[in-house]
Write a protein that binds this ligand. Sequence first.
Ligand code: EPU
Length: 337
Amino acid sequence: MKRTYNNINLQNRNSFGVIEQADRLVEFETADDLKALFSEERPSKWYVLGAGNNTLFTQSYNGTLISPTCSARTTLNDDGEYVDVRVEAAHDWDEFVAWSVDNGLWGVENLSAIPSSVGAAPVQNIGAYGAEVKDAITAIDYFDTNKLEVVRLKCEECQFGYRESIFKHKLRGVAIILAVEFRLHRTPTPNLGYGDVIREVEARGGATLRNIREAICAIRASKLPDPKVLGNAGSFFKNPIVDKSVAEQLLQSYPDMPHYPVPNDANSVKLAAGWLIDKSGLKGYREGHVGVHNRQALVLVNHGGATGGEVLHFAEFVCSVVHNKFGVDICPEVNIL
Ligand code: EPU
């Protein structure tokens, strides 16, 4: 069943907590609801709003926001080792991770405590602590608003990359994700190579699924602000990928600069935007209602009462300071409307 709300206040529908409005918001449950919406009166301007964890509204939205409410989780197959699970778009991401850990299923534990809905997770290929959601996805069903039918994509067809997928490019403005299918497994595959993870896991008694989840939840809670307390959208910027020669030059001046290889691209290097912002002297810096978080410089926060326009203006300021200091351009990871 679909439900329509007119002139809706978005403050409780975006994790930044910015005060903006939308002309219309339509909640849908099934592909038939979407078929009815797009065949009866195709909205001229629309955007899919999941749980609103990665979207910044910079002004009132004069179009239709489309939001899923379907949240079923179904086990499709269990052969004793691999378990295939289908999860609908509005299912909370972390509740799915918690369920998999409770059931002894490996594959998504490093992605614990990421604020997201399941439907939004593949759009930016959420990733943390050496894992990306693409590694657990087998297929995605979406509603194609041009063809007015459900289309199924295999994982290999989703063009996943670092914070990238086909849903941000070719299928932007076309696809509405209905459900994601995952393959989890029972053989333990602890992935502890990133940062503090191994230390925190060992402090809890070793690499069990539960200890990994608890360690990651604790690391995230110590660095990342809780959006319920301080409005934010996680990392505001992507880590920039630069030419190897640019990284080498910077390393001469800043030998301690974090830098990471880019898979399948020996000529590029990934830098840490949080480090660049921090070294630009902006960690904890605040202007009016908006600031850089004081424990993780990659996160911009709404100290209360900010408009989306103010957040955008502040983000542009951060980019210009980093550019002036390092000559590196950092770009938002958050969807800006
Ligand atoms: N750093 C600083 N100062 C800071 C922040 C970071 O010097 O204020 C340095 C760190 O010391 C480290 C490097 O920068 O050497 C990287 O920092 P960190 O390990 O915290 O990870 P990140 O690159 O800042 C990424 C993801 C996060 C994810 C973490 C952990 C992106 C854009 N962000 O952050 O994802 O949780 O790795 O895996 O890739 C998100 O997308 O919303 C998000 C939180």
